[in-house]
Design a protein around this ligand. Sequence first.
Ligand SMILES: *Cc1c(COP(=O)(O)O)cnc(C)c1O
Length: 344
Amino acid sequence: MIDYRSDTITKPTEKMRKAMYEAEVGDDVYGEDPTVKRLEELAAEITGKESAIFVPSGTMGNQLGVKTHTNPGDEIILEENCHIFYYEAGATAALSSVQTRTIRGEGGIMAISDIRKAIRSEDIHFPKTSLICVENTHNKWGGTVMSASHMKNIHELAMGRGIKVHLDGARIFNAAAYLNTDVKNITEHADSVMFCLSKGLCAPVGSMLAGSKDFIHKAKKYRKMFGGGMRQAGIIAAAGIVALTDMRERLQEDHENARNLAEGLSGIKGLEVDLNSVQTNIVMCDIVNKDSDSQKFIAALKEDGILATYITDTRVRFVTHYYIEAKDVKETISKISTYMKKQQ
Ligand SMILES: *Cc1c(COP(=O)(O)O)cnc(C)c1O
């Protein structure tokens, strides 16, 4: 199977499995796991933050960010297709009792003027705007990247109004690879950042939340409250260290494969891909044949040994990752081309 469903399906590499086997561990709730500590120090250093904590999932990292930066009844500003709003089961309401103010942003990028308009003024009727959440790369918009300068503008606006910025950087290293910059040049424009070890970086489990020392100190208590205190977590943190050390620099390969796939698919009659939006490792493909629907397309591809994800009745998503090679992309284009010809 050539599995394009997501980069989350990546299994740990041989080197990760070996590191996991050999990991030195302790009870991390007691602060006694040396491998978790090493991973947290590494994550803080890479993102240019004072401190970081290891969390079981990206969702928990984001929700700890929201919880730690806000008080119940506050309002938070976010893009209407962002993961925190769209895909986290209503956690901002359930866990932090904040209300959400969503803005549509082309490519997932909220305009400064729209954010400025959404920030509440001081008024007895109004909730307090305490947080702006941004997502880079943007998942639902197809892995699109926000520039460091736009992030800087958002952060400056926020700082001027006493508002914090949380970066959902599940795929922040893909953004850094696209922008060809050190990830610190992106993360410096947010008060906190969450990133995933378990996506394109191939670790089996886990995400990191980074920020100031004081912020992480508070978040650690909420992590316990949310049930995310882990014991001998060094077993999985060991894979995270390999992920950060070995897997960041190769993401450009995934981007090249995605680009080649997108170009190949866009050349097939009955399919359309917006090539401008293919910036990292995600390809959104629209089926424009009058009698073709995406579920039928996905089922046919599966018969041919290719897995993709349903997005809408006419849209299918392909995600490239460590286990997709250039030859797989060639094979995919050829098989889809044959299938689409039969549909004419
Ligand atoms: C995957 C993802 C998350 C959440 O990660 P989980 O580990 O699946 O909870 C958060 N934000 C974005 C943008 C993601 O793509």
